[in-house]
Design a protein around this ligand. Structure first.
Ligand code: NOJ
Length: 559
């Protein structure tokens, strides 16, 4: 397997609105990021993935871009951005930007032109269809509720928006549009950035049939997923992007890909196919969702979780490469989801989850605040929520007669705002995030859970993450070793082996609050030279049968 810098890196995601506010307007900004670069350097991360900072009316917090080549006023100026890039590079770190090219904002110049008339030169930059029997062209449901189609009076037809009606989908069939997007990508790469995270990039090729999705009884709209996820020309477009732009630079790329299977991921990331370096899949994120989607809560099982990880680890073991993540700005906080955020177990389980993830094969991603063990926040009132997905769902379902209390329960567990409360820097007012009024409330637990307390406590979640990152730099096996699962049917322990040449890692994680006996596998019996690389409790270097404490993790290395 080829060795590359992005396989050896740890990536840290910044969601700028919630990261750090330097000017007291309650909104995180670029100078605020610059202030915290030393903190990130101390944590040891290699690459920053910055969620969108481009000009945007903020219908979806910057994922609705109205100008790809301008910085959003609330976040600062292009000079601030350039200073940030220089300061990141000066510290030996890298920067990848978010590339959102499945759609633009409806306030983007292209769309404002396109919607004017049927013969406007920008018309074919977007996707238009006539109505059917006075209704929308098909029955697909938008990710943010309602139809994916919006009527446009001037042209008497509908435009497609897989997300909000303020996020019209771009028409990748149009070579002119593709070439505009490629020049924009090149423009950013020429500024010296180190790559891109690509937003829902496996949605850019749509099945031209635009056929109706399968209707589920009692539902107004149907899923159109199979008509736009991993569509017919997706590999052509990504290969073209790679050949025309990406391959000219030493960069990394990661594509966000809902609905991607390991078989498809291999096609997207295998080195000889020249498309992308990594994908974000969602299989482990879908584990606690029912057939009705993310708001339908379902208990998750460790056996299923392990099955998913093992499938991806083994399937992508050759020339393709995995991304590893628990969290991002769209997902609930991992310690509340797969760990235990009670006072007694929050820190210990946050550490266990970190080790379980970082010791697998792939590039690990940390989402802001994850390194502090930040938790979900159950706001009492729907008024406290800001996220368009949450608010649209709540409104639509209350109107349809669903019980608001049940909806609030689902929101507490799943809302994207769980990830979007401000980073908790210290125990001062608003957690030190802003001197003004934050755009979204701070999680009230900031007095206990914050960066200052974490940095000052050598035994904190922060220092555990730091150690994991250091270990990755010291031991090639953590990056390049092969993965082999253990105890696949065990409902409490997630254990696996990594192997590189004559070295082995044994990774053992207790996912429960109970004590559990662990019997070392035959192949480790009698091994003399074992070393405990990391644990969240005191433990010895000796590898022998033992009882795992609640949420205990241990990583042993032998050679
Ligand atoms: C995925 C992004 O992560 C999410 O935040 C956004 O709402 C959608 N794509 C649409 O851009």
């Amino acid at each position: 397997m080829k060795r590359t810098w992005w396989k050896e890196s740890v990536i840290y995601q910044i969601y700028p609105r919630s990261f750090n506010d330097s000017n007291g307007d309650g909104i995180g900004d670029i100078p605020g990021i610059i202030e915290k670069l030393d903190y990130l350097k101390e944590l040891g991360i290699d690459v920053i993935w910055l969620s969108p900072v481009y000009e945007s009316p903020n219908d979806d917090n910057g994922y609705d871009i109205s100008d790809y080549q301008k910085i959003m006023g609330e976040f600062g100026t292009m000079e601030d951005w350039e200073q940030m890039l220089a300061e990141i590079h000066n510290r030996g770190m890298k920067l990848i930007m978010d590339l959102v090219v499945n759609h633009t904002s409806d306030e983007h110049q292209w769309f404002m032109e396109a919607r004017k008339s049927l013969d406007n030169p920008y018309r074919d930059y977007y996707i238009w269809r006539p109505g059917k029997d006075g209704k929308e062209p098909n029955n697909w449901e938008s990710a943010f509720s309602g139809s994916v189609w919006e009527y446009n009076e001037a042209t008497d037809d509908y435009y497609l928006h897989l997300f909000s009606r303020k996020q019209p989908d771009l028409n990748w069939e149009n070579p002119k549009l593709r070439s505009e997007v490629f020049s924009m990508i090149k423009w950013w790469l020429d500024k010296g950035i180190d790559g891109f995270r690509m937003d829902v990039i496996n949605f850019i090729s749509k099945d031209p049939s635009y056929a109706d999705g399968e209707v589920i009884e009692g539902k107004a709209y149907a899923s159109g997923h199979k008509y736009f996820m991993n569509g017919p020309k997706i590999h052509d477009y990504l290969h073209e992007m790679n050949q025309k732009v990406l391959s000219e630079y030493d960069i990394m790329t990661v594509g966000e890909m809902p609905g991607v299977t390991p078989e498809q991921a291999e096609l997207y990331t295998r080195e000889d196919r020249e498309e992308l370096n990594m994908v974000f899949h969602f299989e482990h994120m879908d584990l606690d969702a029912g057939p009705g989607g993310k708001w339908e809560l379902r208990p998750w099982s460790l056996v299923e979780l392990k099955k998913i990880f093992t499938k991806w680890q083994t399937r992508l073991s050759g020339e393709a490469w995995n991304s590893l993540y628990w969290n991002n700005h769209d997902q609930p906080r991992v310690v509340s989801r797969f760990g235990n955020d009670s006072e007694a177990y929050r820190e210990i389980s946050a550490k266990m989850l970190a080790a379980a993830l970082h010791m697998m094969k792939g590039t690990p991603y940390i989402y802001q605040g994850e390194e502090l063990g930040m938790t979900n926040v159950p706001f009492d009132s729907i008024e406290d929520y800001q996220d368009i997905e949450t608010l649209n769902m709540y409104r639509e379902r209350v109107e349809a007669g669903e019980n608001p209390e049940d909806l609030m329960k689902a929101i507490h567990v799943k809302s994207r705002d769980n990830a979007r409360t401000p980073v908790q820097w210290d125990n001062s007012k608003h957690a030190g995030f802003t001197d003004g009024t934050p755009w979204i409330n701070v999680n009230p637990n900031y007095e206990r859970i914050n960066a200052e307390a974490n940095v000052n406590d050598g035994n904190s979640v922060f220092h555990f993450y730091k150690k994991l990152i250091t270990l990755r730099k010291q031991h090639d096996i953590i990056v390049y070793g092969d993965y082999r699962p253990l105890l696949e049917k065990d409902e409490k322990i997630f254990a696996y082996i990594r192997e590189l040449d004559d070295e082995k890692l044994l990774v053992i994680n207790n996912f429960t609050a109970a004590e559990v006996d662990f019997h070392i596998p035959e192949e480790f019996k009698g091994v003399q030279n074992s070393k405990l690389l990391i644990s969240n409790y005191e433990a010895s270097d000796m590898l022998q049968d033992f009882t795992l404490k609640p949420y205990e993790t241990r990583v042993y290395k032998t050679s």
